[in-house]
Design a protein around this ligand. Sequence first.
Ligand code: 4G4
Length: 247
Amino acid sequence: MKIKVATLFPEMFDCMHIGIIGRAIENGLIELDCVNVRDYSKDKHRKTDDCPFGGGAGMVMTVQPLHDCVNALDPGREYKRIYMSPRGETLSQKKVVELSKEQKLLFVCGSYEGVDERFIELDVDEELSVGDYVLTGGELPCMVTINAIARYVDGVLGSEQSVEEESFANGLLEYPQYTRPAVYEGLAVPEVLLSGNHANVNKWRKEKQIEITRDRRPDLYEKIRPLLELEEAKKRKRKKKGGKSDE
Ligand code: 4G4
């Protein structure tokens, strides 16, 4: 997957070369190219902002450097162009999976009070937000989005780590995890996890997922409830027929 980023702070993206995403870049699974919008300013002082028409506080990024930058990076309009903005569509796991299917993504990070609206009109395919809060720039939201997408690129996660089994894949929050030691400060790991009975382990984990989701995220629980009720009904039917349960 090819990813380009237009930003006034390309150095912020140095941290993308650490850890799992860093390894994916090293292995050529992801190509990340971060470019300074300022390099495209035609102003003699390399200015990239100006005061807003109509007045008001703060500065607005001017259209010329952004337009020239994006069209130098993607002259053939081959990239899906995404502008990080608090008024964009909220990023969800569904949206992450959708974006992970693209071959070419170009992110634009705004600073100050945002960008001249004509840039969005001319050069942006979609506006994307990482949540209902305001940051000083689009860089952190962009990195959050790239990180979430990269996990779905083939080969990025090790074979043991799977994106299928995790939280949100089945609409439920994660079950509690434990590792050695079996007792710490008097706190023991739940018995069933040491039993070696995989069917019982899976049953316990699913029950915990449901309990945690119901308690912490009633909104998610209500969405998944019809599915859970369907599963319960199927289980009852199987029991009646005397068939083998999968749990
Ligand atoms: C566009 C318009 C994204 C970009 C205004 C960007 C939060 C998010 C910015 C601004 C951002 C988000 C400066 C308010 C840059 N903040 N929620 N800031 N502001 O995804």
